[in-house]
Write a protein that binds this ligand. Structure first.
Ligand SMILES: Nc1ncnc2c1ncn2[C@@H]1O[C@H](COP(=O)(O)OP(=O)(O)OP(=O)(O)O)[C@@H](O)[C@H]1O
Length: 299
């Protein structure tokens, strides 16, 4: 009966069945998970199933806490620019998060592959959606703590449409905060996106560190690479000092650069966000009202 249904759907080659989801192939592997493309047999919709080993969760308390927070947060939120959690299933070996499938890949790969073709208007569109999404999270008293190009998926896979919708994912480090006492002490996230206070202070406000990460993302979208990266020959300490001092530069305009020069307004916004002192960083509202971003024609 099931086999007949699958054949009718043109899916005879599924590799396994998880509940009513027929798994087609592996999409990618994370530190603690495998993500597989599957078809929901109830409505023929594609889904992404993030599978986390139960054994691994048993041995790793942090992972267990992270996964349960991720589920709790994804069940609580509902936003068009955030990947939806559709279902959770436990198999004898894995906890499976059934997620909305986002086919366009990671913003990280998009920037690497198409940097020269991405216009500043497109950067503005992507960044505007991202700032709105993070505003929604912060208003819901949630901080993401792992905002980076790899965790922003794109809905469409064509190489140059100007209306690319983002989907924020990977809430494994996200958490609810109490806005009356927002300071946290657990350091997490990728070093390249880490705010100075995550390196040098004993506590931090996750809303301000999320805003710093937005500044890193904006720089990378404009320039094509990250402002802080541990370069060959640079020690970890030197790398951290650069972050602590917010010591970054924009590349000099190059006439052969196909992408063209970066506008002064865009540079100004990056400089305003990437400030060493967290309290000097603009609020999300102020970022939206900055001349560079507020000049966007919202589509
Ligand atoms: N909903 C989704 N739709 C399409 N692809 C997805 C989806 N969720 C994750 N992926 C892809 O699956 C791969 C693994 O994702 P996952 O979130 O498990 O790990 P990661 O973010 O790459 O690594 P880490 O767990 O170390 O942060 C990535 O390439 C990611 O782009």
């Amino acid at each position: 009966m099931l086999q007949q249904r699958l054949t009718k759907l043109g899916l005879p080659n599924y590799s396994e069945l998880i509940g009513h989801y027929a798994v087609l192939k592996l999409i990618g592997t994370g530190s603690f998970s495998e993500v597989k493309l599957a078809i929901d047999l109830e409505n023929c919709r594609e889904v992404a199933i993030k599978m986390i080993s139960l054994k691994e969760m048993q041995d790793n308390e942090c992972l267990k806490t992270g996964v349960s927070r991720e589920i709790q947060i994804l069940e609580y939120i509902n936003h068009p620019n955030i990947v939806s959690l559709l279902d959770t299933i436990e198999t004898p070996t894995h906890l499976c998060l059934v997620l909305e499938y986002v086919p366009g890949g990671e913003l990280f790969d998009y920037v690497n592959d198409y940097y020269e073709k991405i216009t500043e208007d497109e950067v503005k569109q992507i960044f505007y959606e991202l700032v709105n999404t993070v505003s929604y999270l912060h208003e819901s008293n949630i901080i993401h703590r792992d905002l980076k190009l790899e965790n922003i998926l794109l809905e469409s896979s064509e190489s140059s449409p100007n209306k690319k919708r983002i989907k924020l994912t990977d809430f494994g480090l996200a958490r609810f905060i109490d806005p009356k006492s927002p300071l946290l002490t657990t350091r997490c996230g990728s070093e390249e996106y880490a705010a100075p206070e995550l390196i040098s202070a004993s506590s931090y406000d996750g809303r301000k560190t999320d805003i710093w990460s937005l500044g890193i993302i904006l720089y990378a979208l404009l320039v094509g690479y990250l402002p802080f990266n541990q370069e060959a020959g640079q020690t970890r300490k030197q790398f951290f000092i650069k972050i602590i001092k917010a010591d970054f530069k924009f590349p000099k305009p190059n006439p052969v650069d196909k992408r063209g020069t970066i506008s002064e307004d865009a540079k100004d916004l990056v400089k305003k966000i990437l400030q060493t002192m967290p309290e000097r960083r603009p609020s999300l509202e102020a970022i939206k009202n900055h001349p560079w971003l507020s000049s966007l024609n919202v589509m």
